[in-house]
Design a protein around this ligand. Structure first.
Ligand SMILES: Nc1ncnc2c1ncn2[C@@H]1O[C@H](COP(=O)(O)OP(=O)(O)O)[C@@H](O)[C@H]1O
Ligand SMILES: [Mg+2]
Length: 360
């Protein structure tokens, strides 16, 4: 008799309108530049559907569930008809990023295996300043920084310009714009004030690392493996554009910058630098308790010293983008990568047991 297929619920949380649906209405010919990539990117629904069909092609019984900020809906997935595993793609609850960790903790409380990092790693990595302290304590270099809780910047902050100003508890380049890179005290104070107006504190100010930007993807647990390193090529950007990944560049297919940055995988690095980057990525992954898959964002200094900017547990899994581009470069297809991630979760499943009295 054929074995029963394992069921996987691909869980996500999306409310409100789908911005990418809107792009369908734009005619590329109306832009004042020639786009290099398609501007009609996949809608939110299509993204999750792609994951579901890939999992089905790997022999799972998969369904996508949008929990729509509804705790009762989430509970019903967990209680009734519980899947063998949850593919956890929930990043917010009621628009609050810090709730990402609480949702993962619920899966644990219900003892349903789920993919990706545990709630501790999700909570830690949302706090960039704290993560940087953990990295430093574990021998991983990260740019020198200060955490600002109020919008007054001390003139003698001890950091060397240029600096970059960014919100400490956001991700996906929120608040990162061309003006984020500052060259003197007056630009710094102005940008810090703007950030305090737009985002919740704290705000980070950090030394700007001038060299290459690398996305280093890590897959697995025993032991975790570093996938081929991905590098960004900023050479096509207008000269006055700082070599950083801004919000526009990442998310707005109608902006010129979106079309002017290219990824190169594997990155062009010497063996020695590659080894150093891999070592730091693994240390960062383990020091922050990441699990199954994560992406470590790094910059190289002019002397090729790697600095970790941030750790991304449960990074974006869009086909051929960043994490998946690295997996594909390692010869692991989109669907195979997803299968591996589900298998990591299933392997963790231990039937409920009460420890014997007197055990540690
Ligand atoms: N210290 C830094 N030096 C150089 N570039 C930086 C630095 N910090 C951030 N950046 C740029 O800003 C982008 C976003 O910052 P990051 O720390 O990765 O936050 P997130 O991706 O969560 O918004 C990076 O991809 C990088 O291009
Ligand atoms: Mg980043």
């Amino acid at each position: 008799m054929p074995r029963k297929k394992k069921s996987v619920a691909v869980l996500y949380n999306h409310v409100g309108k789908d911005e990418y649906e809107e792009l369908r209405k734009v005619d590329p010919a109306t832009l004042d530049f020639t786009p290099e990539y398609p501007i009609h990117v996949a809608t939110v629904k299509e993204e999750y559907r792609a994951i579901v069909s890939a999992l089905e092609s790997e022999g799972f019984r998969a369904r996508a569930v949008n929990i729509r900020d509804d705790i009762a809906r989430l509970q019903s997935v967990l209680r009734r008809n519980a899947p063998n595993a949850i593919f956890n793609l929930v990043e917010f609850f009621h628009d609050e990023a810090r709730m990402e960790a609480a949702v993962a903790a619920m899966f644990d409380l219900h003892r349903i295996p789920f993919t990706g990092s545990p709630h501790f790693a999700l909570a830690l990595c949302r706090r960039k300043g704290l993560t940087k302290q953990v990295l430093l304590q574990n021998g991983v270099a990260t740019p020198l920084f200060k955490v600002l809780k109020v919008s007054k910047v001390p003139r003698r902050h001890g950091l060397r310009y240029p600096l970059i100003v960014k919100p400490s508890r956001e991700d996906a380049s929120a608040g990162v714009e061309q003006e984020s890179v500052v060259w003197d005290f007056s630009q710094l104070s102005e940008r810090v004030n703007q950030m305090f107006e737009a985002f919740k504190p704290p705000i980070l100010i950090e030394e700007f690392i001038e060299g290459k930007e690398l996305h280093v993807s890590v897959l697995g647990n025993d032991p975790p493996v570093v996938l081929p390193i991905l590098e960004f090529d900023f050479s096509a950007l207008p000269e006055d554009h700082p070599t950083i990944i801004t919000y526009e560049m990442k998310w707005n297919p109608l902006s010129l910058a979106y079309h002017k940055v290219h990824s190169v995988c594997p990155a062009q690095l010497s063996k020695r630098v590659e080894k150093r980057v891999q070592k730091h990525a693994l240390q960062a992954y383990m020091a922050t308790s990441c699990r199954d898959y994560a992406r470590i964002d790094m910059r190289l200094s002019k002397t090729n010293k790697p600095y970790v900017l941030e750790v991304n547990p449960n990074p974006d899994l869009t086909e051929s983008v960043s994490f998946m581009e690295s997996a594909e470069a390692a010869g692991i297809s989109f669907s195979q990568t997803l299968r591996k991630i589900v298998e990591f979760a299933l392997e963790r499943h231990t039937p409920f047991s009460i420890p014997a009295a007197g055990s540690a």
